[in-house]
Design a protein around this ligand. Sequence first.
Ligand code: NDP
Length: 338
Amino acid sequence: MATMNRRIVLASRPHGEPTPAHFRLEETRVPSLGAGEILLRTRWLSLDPYMRGRMSASKSYAAPVGIGEPMTGGTVSEVVQSGHPEFPVGTLVQAFGGWQDFSVSDGKGLRTVDPGRAPPTTALGILGMPGMTAYTGLLNIGAPKPGETVVVAAAAGPVGSLVGQIAKLKGARAVGIAGGPEKCAYLTRELGFDAAVDHRSDDLPGALAAACPAGIDVYFENVGGAVFDAVLPLLNDFARMPVCGLVAGYNATELPPGPDRSPNLMRAVLTKRLRIQGFIVWDFASQIDAFERDVGGWLRDGAVRYREDVVEGLENAPEAFIGLLKGRNFGKLIVHVS
Ligand code: NDP
């Protein structure tokens, strides 16, 4: 077995866009195990927008990665040594192994991945954290009713693509916002969205209004920025807005130029009786069985589909992650590590 562990650590904290210089590839010895511990070899690493938040020291819902520490991240890993009866050698698990070849676990929080059920990488996408985010945020907060219009941005990604597909299964009209004609065509032709709007088009507000002739009842917020500005005037009375992510602003270093638009927002909240609620996926941790049953069933029946963007090699994780924040990925971004 390999004796060295390649890992990518946070070299410094970015101000604005991260660059490759904010990361460093190191080699350390593969850690040795204590009693009851498990050595995991990373097979696939998930890259997700939230990792930009972990690179920053500002206060958030989770602690930042320390300088010199390996970047955190969800993985599908293989048990290669085990002192834990529940996880024998050879088992595939969903873990939080981070950006490295090997990690050590005491078994807490590990979930066995059954490769007979679905491809193991789905544990990082449609059957994992992003899928659970779409399912719980849309159904608990968005609560779409048949005939309503649901709009979601970052719609070709793992969260947005499932939001639109579940909206359709619930009888709603699904409108996706994505960057570029290829992603938009994917939404309508392959995923069954009713309409797709390119957020890079010259007239985003006009294009979105044309795609939503009856206004918007649920806006699943993944993006913020110019997309939110185009959505706000189209929201119907009693519209719901699960606030899941604000990726357009993750690299921002200052507030956008004025005038201050918050009075307009609050006026819309009041006069249209909007319900806006932020959430973090694990707020709904108790719904994981329902999620696995429903989305697992829909996937098996072909009622929902997914797309992956797999990058080869741990050393390419920083570039891939930088691209994720700019929409260079097309589908769930995963690094094939070993
Ligand atoms: P994606 O794979 O969809 O990647 C992010 C996408 O955001 C990019 O591909 C890009 O797509 C889009 N994007 C980036 N910048 C802009 C911009 N300025 N305007 C419009 N779109 C932009 O990511 P995920 O599906 O994993 O995540 C989607 C959102 O959900 C993120 O905001 C993420 O932080 C959030 N999230 C929140 C969780 C929670 O618990 N609250 C859990 C998981 C995810 P395009 O090419 O279409 O522009």
